[in-house]
Structures are given as structure tokens and as C-alpha cells.
Design a protein around this ligand. Structure first.
Ligand code: ADP
Ligand code: FBP
Ligand code: MG
Length: 434
């Protein structure tokens, strides 16, 4: 506050290319019509709706839309595809909608012709987990993908995927422009572990958090039923610990939550194992939730070669849960031999992303009403907005360990920072040097 005035953070307004710019021909391009949903008999946008009178839409008679799902699975993907098909068909009058098979690969692979989609085709898709179109990692061959788009005359591409998919979409848009193709792209953010930036979260995230409760509850039952019982649950979160964090907050049975954004320190004063031992002495059992990306720097690698990667270039992590379990047992044998210890490790990785969308993961509406040619719709601080796809492709979303949510985890679990004291660090350095 300065003299009673509040200084707001500065921001910059950018003018984004609109669909009218993209289609050419001024405010009313030949390939465009006034946005039909503004006058749709059954659809009543509220006054604050994101469609204005000046908006245009593609003339549906010229639209050939392609929908592709990429990357890992996420609850609700089929629901999104269904919504896109029904919306394009019913609200915009588009009749040529195609589902590209098995991710980006399907734009060019032989024998995987895109599937014509209409409301009747997708009627029951929301009742199944996974993706009916198929998805894949890797296979991003830009020239062949855009060849496929050009050959089939697609002029709208909807890609449902995470950060990798968005980066691919940016390249597709750039290459289509370079070739003079009037292709508009839209990315629907699908990130079960919530690692995509700018948006608050994606569909499916809450479902995964819900589903994780079953694993935590089982770990708790196992831990409580043994003398010095440790229930250990590994949850998804390659570079962001949001699922572990939210699952911990929802459960209240968790004694300790480990995420990639926080340093991990196992042995010695102030370390994880000392904390677990104290908790075991007090309560007789502990439950630990660990995100898959936590502690990766500490886990010995079989070879000192390069980090292994999956087909998309994402780091392929070592199993932090199995490693923690082995380390805890080894430490226990050294420090507390003769005292019982039971460690039950549960890895529900694929189970939490397999279900259909739960109610809490419900989808917002605007994903098909884009106004710019390369956009991502998503919730930002609770409001839906359109974000340029290149911004989403680059943004990351780590857990901010200085914000209230992490503080809340700390107050629920009463876990300390597992930080090594400066003295211990120096000692460890000495030992290493010997
Ligand atoms: N930097 C990139 N440029 C172009 N395509 C990419 C890039 N990163 C990933 N992709 C492609 O996007 C698709 C999905 O990526 P992936 O990382 O597996 O999942 P997600 O989109 O869920 O993050 C894959 O086909 C992958 O090859
Ligand atoms: O075995 P897969 O298919 O690579 O899936 C595991 C990965 O999928 C995820 O759940 C989501 O990854 P994406 O966002 O890249 O699809 C990661 O948290 C996890 O590492
Ligand atoms: Mg990703």
C-alpha cells in the first residue's frame, strides 16, 4: 500500500489473431458465418458469455474436423471427444468430423483410416474409461502429419493431450501456416497429474485423486493391522506432485507426503526414516504417499549412462516406491534390528487413470467455441478463458511449496522438511571424499 493506493502487478494485453484474421477477408470472411450459437434456439449464452456478436465461425459446409487423443490416459477423455462431436454437429452444423486413430501417428500411418464420427457413434463413449480413439506416445513426424492433414482436407484439428501434445500442436500450426493451409488447431488440456501450466487443472484430475483414496485406505488398513506397519503408496506425478498433495489432503490418514518439488533426505537426523520411526513409536503405524518423480536424483541408476526416456522424450523414472521400501528395510535392519517392521507397498499407477470421469471432474463448456486459430480453453482462477496454444505448451505447473496448499499438507501431516543439516551435509561430503 502506498498512500492508500494498492499497486497491482503489471500486465500486458496482447492482441491475438482472431478466426476472422485466420480465414482472411476482413470481418466477414467468405469461409465464415456469424457464430450460429448466438442465435441457437436451444442454447442460451448468458450475458457474460465468451461469444460476442462480432464473432464468426467456420462455414460448416466447408469444415472437415479431426479429433486426436495423445499421450497417457486420463479419466474423461472419451467424454471430451463425445462433447466435441456433439457440439460440432448440433451447435455448429458440421457434418464431417473424424477421429484420428492412436494419437499423432494416426495422421499418417497406413491402415488406420480416421473414423467418421457423428453423435450416434459417440453416444455411449462417456461410459468408458481410456480413449476409444486410441492414443500413443512418440510418432511425432511433423511433415507426415501435416501431409496427412492436407491430403484429407482437415481444416480444424482438435488435439486432446498434455504438454507434449500442445508442443506438437504448435509445430503443426506453424507448418500448416508455412504451407499456406487454413488449418485452425485447438488443444484440450488433458493432464491427469496436472503438470500443464496456465490452467487451474484439467478434467480427470479430481477423478484420479478420488481413485487414489482407495489405495491409501488399503495402505492404512494394512499398516494398522501390523506391528510397526508402514503403508506406502506411489501416485502419478512425474514432475509435479499435485495428485499426491490432493490425495493426502483428502485422505487425512497420510503421515507423510513426498513430492518431486521437495528435497528428500532419508537417513540421519532430520531425515525421513527418523521421522517415520518416531511416528511408528507414537501411533504403531504410518502411511506414506510418494509421487513418482520424488527422490529421483537419489535413486542409484543401474548404469551411469543417459537418463532413459519414453517414446515422447519424457524421462522414464525408476520406481521410487520399491526403492524407498528397500532403503527403509535396510536402515531398519541396521538401526532397529530385532524390532518388527512390515512394509506394504501399493502402486495404483494405472488404476487411478482408468475410471470414467467422476462428477467432481466435470467439464467446463467452452472447449469448442474458440475465437483464435490456435487456442486452448481452460479454467484460469475459476474462469474459463482461451489461451494461445504456444503459451500453454511452454508453461509448467509444479507444486508451489510456498503456497497455502503445501502449508496445509504440512499442517495435516505434521511432517517436517526432510532437510539435511549443514553439518551433516559437510560430514556426508567428507565421507564421500574418503
Ligand atoms: N516437443 C515436442 N514436439 C512435438 N511433438 C511432441 C513434443 N513432445 C511430445 N510430442 C508428441 O506429443 C504426443 C504426446 O506427448 P506425451 O509427452 O506422450 O503426452 P502428453 O501430451 O500427455 O504430455 C506424442 O505423440 C509426442 O511424440
Ligand atoms: O506408462 P505411461 O503411459 O508412460 O504413463 C505414465 C505417465 O503418465 C502420466 O500419468 C501422465 O503423463 P502425460 O501427461 O505425459 O500423459 C505421468 O504422470 C506418468 O509418468
Ligand atoms: Mg506430459
Amino acid at each position: 500500500m502506498d498512500g492508500g493506493e494498492m499497486r497491482l502487478p503489471s500486465f500486458t494485453l496482447h492482441r491475438l489473431p482472431t478466426l476472422a484474421d485466420h480465414l482472411g477477408g476482413g470481418d466477414r470472411p467468405a469461409a465464415a458465418i456469424p457464430n450460429p450459437i448466438a442465435r441457437h434456439p436451444l442454447y442460451h449464452p448468458s450475458p457474460s458469455f465468451f461469444i460476442s456478436d462480432n464473432d464468426v465461425a467456420f462455414d460448416p459446409s466447408g469444415v472437415r474436423a479431426a479429433i486426436v487423443t495423445c499421450g497417457g490416459l486420463c479419466p474423461g477423455t472419451n467424454t471430451v471427444v463425445r462433447e466435441l462431436v456433439v457440439g460440432l454437429w448440433e451447435l455448429y452444423g458440421v457434418r464431417a468430423v473424424f477421429g484420428v486413430r492412436n494419437g499423432y501417428h494416426g495422421f499418417y500411418s497406413e491402415g488406420e483410416e480416421p473414423l467418421p464420427l457423428e453423435p450416434a457413434t459417440v453416444r455411449h463413449w462417456h461410459k468408458a474409461g481410456g480413449t476409444a480413439l486410441g492414443a500413443s506416445r512418440g510418432g511425432f513426424d511433423l511433415a507426415r502429419i501435416v501431409d496427412g492433414i492436407e491430403r484429407r482436407g482437415f481444416n480444424q484439428v482438435y488435439a486432446v493431450g498434455g504438454d507434449g501434445t500442445m508442443r506438437g500442436l504448435v509445430e503443426i500450426l506453424r507448418e500448416a501456416r508455412r504451407r499456406g493451409l487454413a488449418v485452425a488447431v485447438a488443444g484440450v488440456p488433458k493432464t491427469v497429474d496436472n503438470d500443464v501450466g496456465v490452467i487451474d487443472r484439467s478434467f480427470g484430475f479430481h477423478t484420479a485423486v478420488d481413485e487414489a483414496q482407495r489405495a491409501i485406505a488399503a495402505a492404512h488398513v494394512e499398516a494398522e493391522s501390523a506391528a510397526n506397519g508402514v503403508g506406502l503408496v506411489k501416485l502419478m506425478g512425474r514432475s509435479a506432485g499435485h495428485i499426491a498433495l490432493h490425495a493426502t489432503l483428502s485422505s487425512r490418514d497420510v503421515d507423510c507426503c513426498l513430492i518431486p518439488e521437495e528435497d528428500l533426505y532419508l537417513r540421519g537426523p532430520g531425515g525421513l526414516f527418523e521421522f517415520l520411526y518416531r511416528r511408528l513409536k507414537r501411533n504403531g503405524h504410518v502411511v506414506v504417499v510418494v509421487a513418482e518423480g520424488a527422490g529421483q536424483r537419489l535413486i542409484p541408476r543401474p548404469t551411469c549412462g543417459e537418463q532413459r526416456r519414453d517414446e515422447s522424450g519424457n524421462p522414464a523414472f525408476l520406481d521410487v516406491g520399491a526403492w524407498l521400501k528397500a532403503e527403509l528395510r535396510a536402515w531398519w535392519a541396521e538401526e532397529h534390528a530385532g524390532e518388527p517392521l512390515t512394509v506394504k507397498y501399493i502402486d495404483p499407477t494405472y488404476m487411478i487413470r482408468a475410471p470414467v470421469l467422476h462428477a467432481a471432474g466435470a467439464l467446463g463448456d467452452p472447449r469448442r467455441h474458440g475465437r483464435v486459430p490456435g487456442f486452448v480453453p481452460g479454467p484460469i482462477n475459476g474462469n474459463y478463458g482461451y489461451i494461445p496454444v504456444d503459451e500453454v505448451a511452454e508453461a509448467r505447473n509444479p507444486v508451489d511449496t510456498r503456497d497455502h496448499k503445501w502449508a496445509w499438507v504440512r499442517s495435516v501431516t505434521n511432517q517436517p522438511d526432510f532437510a539435511q543439516s549443514t553439518e551433516d551435509k559437510a560430514l556426508a561430503g567428507l565421507y564421500k571424499a574418503v
